[in-house]
Structures are given as C-alpha cells and as structure tokens.
Design a protein around this ligand. Structure first.
Ligand code: SF4
Length: 238
C-alpha cells in the first residue's frame, strides 16, 4: 500500500507540473470538468495548486440529481463556485419542439442533435479564445484514448489539448479520491462507471465494458457525443 501511495503522490506531482507548464506555455487554460471520477482528481489539483486554470462544467439540463448534488459538495469543499455552461435556450426550445422532449431515443440523428445542442455547442462556446483545454481521459479507457498524447493540437477546436491523467489506472484514481476523502458522484457506487445525462445512462452489468451504460440502445460505434472524436460520423464524448 505504501508503494501505491508513493506512486500516486509522484503521479499527482507530475500532473501539477504538467498543468503549471500548460499555463506557462498557453497562458489561458480551461478545464472541461466532466464530474466523473477523474474529474475529482483534476479538480482537487487545479483548485488547490494550479488555480490559474479556469474550470467549467456543462449543465445539459438532463443530469442526474446525484450529479447536481456533487456540484454542491465540490463548491462546499473548495469554497469555489463551479461555473456552469448551459445550452443555448433558443436552440433547445427548437429542438424539443421539433423532436419532442425525449426525441433522442427515436433516432441516431435526433440523439446526435441533442448532444450537439446540449453538450457540444456549450463546450465550444466555453473554450473559445483559450490557448489550451484540459481533459481527464486515460489511455486504458478505450482503444482510441490509448493513442492520445499528453499534449496535442486539437484541430477540431483550434487549441491545445492537455491530458495529464493518460497513464493513471482506475485503481490509482480511486486511491487518490479515497486517500483525500474527495467528494465523488455516488452513482459510481451503484455500477455507473461512466455518467452522462440521466436518460442516456444506465448501470452496467458484471462483465460489461465501462461505457456499456451510455446510449445502450445504439450500436457500439456510435456511442460518443463529440468532445474526444474518433472514427465515426459525428463529433464528441463526455
Ligand atoms: S446524453 Fe442524451 S440527453 Fe444528454 S445531450 Fe446527449 S442525447 Fe441529449
């Protein structure tokens, strides 16, 4: 256990260094906080050690109550306000008028349009004008993420993308959270390894992949929403 803790402390220090270097190199750096387990590690390091980095989360309007509860816990712990970015109200009204309030279940096009309006457009709006954005992706999460680099040019969004947790294991993430008694989404204790919007996320069964609970009614190759694109028709994921 002592060896694990030492390794995590070394990795946490490397994250702090990478983030500080990103601030030095790119000046304006923003973290798109997904509110998942990795986000608890990055939020802790940023808000306690690299506060020059701005943090925001996207409130799609369809999150779990447990996720809103987590936002409150974070704000209380760090005595900071988590900036929330919301979908454009006009676009959202048009979407629900045309597709219905739960239209995302009816077709892949409708689902992607909902993700575009509720997640991708707010994300693009939030990072516009920054020199780099920070993400909590880890290599072991997917084949596409295994190819990611710690710093890479994000041509889709026109700024650098900094991924300081690439080589962290899931066990290391959780050890960091538990050692520091950080808040986390209680849905993780109910077999929700990956948490997005409430209507589009379910618990997984033993043996299923960690993303099996996201858009579970779709084919595997379409289950993304666009922030970390891979070979598929449309953009991003959260
Ligand atoms: S995850 Fe579901 S509810 Fe959330 S933006 Fe995408 S389609 Fe809409």
């Amino acid at each position: 256990m002592g060896e694990l803790l030492n390794r995590i402390e070394q990795k946490a220090e490397a994250v702090r260094t990478a983030l500080a270097e990103a601030v030095g190199a790119h000046h304006s750096v923003i973290y798109a906080n997904s509110l998942g387990a990795e986000a608890m590690v990055l939020t802790d390091i940023i808000w306690t050690q690299v506060p020059q980095i701005e943090i925001f989360s996207i409130d799609t309007g369809r999150l779990h109550q447990e996720t809103y509860d987590l936002m409150e816990k974070l704000q209380w712990r760090y005595r900071r306000t988590l900036r929330l970015v919301h979908p454009d109200a006009t676009a959202l009204a048009k979407l629900t008028a045309e597709r219905g309030v739960n239209g995302f279940y009816h077709s892949l096009d409708a689902r992607l349009e909902c993700c575009q309006i509720r997640k991708i457009e707010p994300f693009k709006r939030a990072i516009a004008g920054f020199g780099a954005w920070v993400t909590g992706v880890r290599r072991e999460q997917s084949a596409a993420r295994a190819l990611a680099q710690p710093i890479e040019w994000d041509a889709q969004h026109g700024l650098y993308k900094v991924s300081p947790l690439l080589d962290w294991s899931e066990a290391e993430i959780w050890q960091y959270i538990r050692t520091r008694k950080l808040p986390y989404n209680v849905l993780h204790d109910r077999q929700f390894p990956s948490i997005g919007c409430e209507p589009c996320t379910r618990a997984i069964q033993p043996g299923e992949s960690r993303r099996a609970g996201r858009w579970w009614w779709e084919q595997t190759d379409s289950r993304e929403c666009g922030l970390h694109p891979r070979a598929r028709p449309v953009a991003a994921e959260a």
